[in-house]
Design a protein around this ligand. Sequence first.
Ligand code: F6P
Length: 341
Amino acid sequence: MRIGVLTGGGDCPGLNAVIRAVIRKGIGVHGHEFVGFRDGWRGPLENDTRTLDIQAVRGILPRGGTILGSSRTNPIKIEGGVERIKKNLAEGGVDALIAIGGEDTLGVAKQLFDRGVNVVGVPKTIDNDLNATDYTFGFDTAVNIAMEAIDRLHTTAESHHRALICEVMGRHAGWIALHAGMAAGANVILIPEKPFDIDRVCSYVESRFQMQYAPIIVVAEGAHPAEGTMELQTGELDAFGHVRLGGIGERLAQEIEKRTGKEARTTVLGHIQRGGTPTAYDRVLATRFGLGAIDAVHEGDYGKMVALRGTAIERVPLEQATAELKLVPEERYAEAEVFFG
Ligand code: F6P
């Protein structure tokens, strides 16, 4: 068989580990051949390919990013996009595709599968918000990067008697904020699932100062105040219709300063959370996902996504994985709330 591999959406530590596992088992055990498509769905759309053999994946296990490149190209939004992909796959003799991506990339994979393309998905996102898998690879790395940053913020916040706000990624789901905030002992954690009350945030800040301890507020980029309590600005849309976020941390700092009279500063971690080498956990999870994906293709079990359930790698329908986002449940947030203030 000739199998295409692509990585789509925001990059994520562990993508190269998945590619390596797919190639090593796909060639070494199953005897298939591969073609790499560059920059997510742009690759098969424009037939932009690169060699993907054992040599190409040597030494990439610890490397962040993706040797295939990535993009947020959405072929469904492009006139005749799906037909062009099908034509390019047929002309290139590509029998099946492994699509490594988050909700957007896998949403496209699902639609292509419905239109006759043999595709298997691998769940990728630092946000950990894909349904039907306990964890996505990249999340553990992002959480560890954020935790280390928050640890560092603690000491400088105390020296200067400031409130420090750490804005982390998480558009719809607050998993990174929740885990990094819990791991690093944040004063308060604000997530998109739970509109916050600015008065309460300020009272946590004040109580922390009263304890002679500087507050650290961890805020997910998609967090927002309860309606009518604080003004926010809106940004541009990307190809999947998502608003470009960023700015809630800065707004919080202004508001906290205004309401408490204490100096407040913001650190936006941004793409640092996605860059660099994956943790051991993510390398192993990504490798196991890669092995699971190539086995699914080898068995002709298409329209599936590999998923972590407990400690096992299982297969779930792409449909189930993309139907809705996995958000932070109320009870998980309540666990973190015990430590607020
Ligand atoms: O989906 C992963 C993610 O890291 C989100 O948390 C974030 O909102 C988005 O990507 C930002 O992506 P970019 O700035 O690369 O478009």
